[in-house]
Write a protein that binds this ligand. Sequence first.
Ligand SMILES: NC(=O)c1ccc[n+]([C@@H]2O[C@H](COP(=O)([O-])OP(=O)(O)OC[C@H]3O[C@@H](n4cnc5c(N)ncnc54)[C@H](O)[C@@H]3O)[C@@H](O)[C@H]2O)c1
Length: 339
Amino acid sequence: MSGTSTRIAVVGAGRMGQVHCRIVAENPRAELAAVVDPFEESGRRVAEQFGAPWFPTLAAAREAVDLDGVIIAVPDRLHVGVTVEALEAGLHVLVEKPLADTLEGARTIADAAASATGSKVLVGHVLRHDPRFRSAAKIVAAGQVGDPVHFRASRIVPRSVGFANNGASPIYMYQGIHDIDLVQWISGSPIVRVSATTAAKVLPAAGKEGVDVALILAELEDGSVGTIEISWVLPGTTPSGLASQFELYGTEGNIKVDVTAEGVSLDTLDEFRLPNTMLDPELDGRLEGVVPQQFDWFLQMIEFDQPSRIGIDEAVSAARVLDAIDESLRTRTWADVQR
Ligand SMILES: NC(=O)c1ccc[n+]([C@@H]2O[C@H](COP(=O)([O-])OP(=O)(O)OC[C@H]3O[C@@H](n4cnc5c(N)ncnc54)[C@H](O)[C@@H]3O)[C@@H](O)[C@H]2O)c1
């Protein structure tokens, strides 16, 4: 590490990369040392906005500036190449979820991470840093709801997210990976079999690639069962921008996390809104909440040798479930999750 601040490159200056750039730039313990994106015009614009130099590739950035770590926010299908390059260069890595878009890719990254013994690796399953889900995981692990019997996880986001994605990643990968990880993490048991189906009306009508909703029936190793429902059909007028619940019913009780409303409602003559207060609200002119918390944890891993809040094996496990969902959709029947 150079000086007192950790020098970070953000690779991929798109929607999520810009959030990361801002979070790094606003953190006094870090320095945004490079913004990397092959598209010069937008890459330079983002870099200038946050006072950092722009580079077209990670290799060019590494040659020109001294780096301690990278945040990788390129499209899902490009995670493997950039992440392996960063690990082979001995950098600390925060790679956006999913670890990779294929099981083979996830395994390749896991192997590279195992060889890169000096590198800290955090996979961007951002809900691992959300105190509501961390509390739920702790309560279930303590046995307070007994043995899990069934669960329901739903995540319904505005259609603008699906329009922007426009087929870049399947909905169950781009959005559903959050819930796949939540289910496996909170219940403490891996998903072993899935049956998935989809419907598409809103996106095709807008001339966009992809489906509107994926519905996944899942069986877990511990004998519990549940559903994961992922959709991007919310109209833009929705007050919170997210309708999402997680419910787990056990032999001794149940636990529910509802993140649709975040404790604040605003009702005026013009609008009714449920503002974002937990994920990444702008307060006092800077971003706070769970996404900056994730970066703070990454810094703590680098500076104080804190453990990752998600093991690479758990991120690979989520990739295995994605693989089985693909197979189920292809074969239109139940698919076993490969172990
Ligand atoms: N944690 C979350 O809640 C969350 C939310 C949204 C997106 N994401 C993840 O963030 C990642 C980026 O998603 P997005 O929606 O910001 O995508 P995006 O398409 O808006 O941005 C991707 C950027 O990467 C750039 N890029 C492409 N190839 C590159 C390369 N080889 N090197 C450097 N940059 C390259 C593109 O030019 C683009 O600017 C994805 O993995 C996605 O799943 C996470």
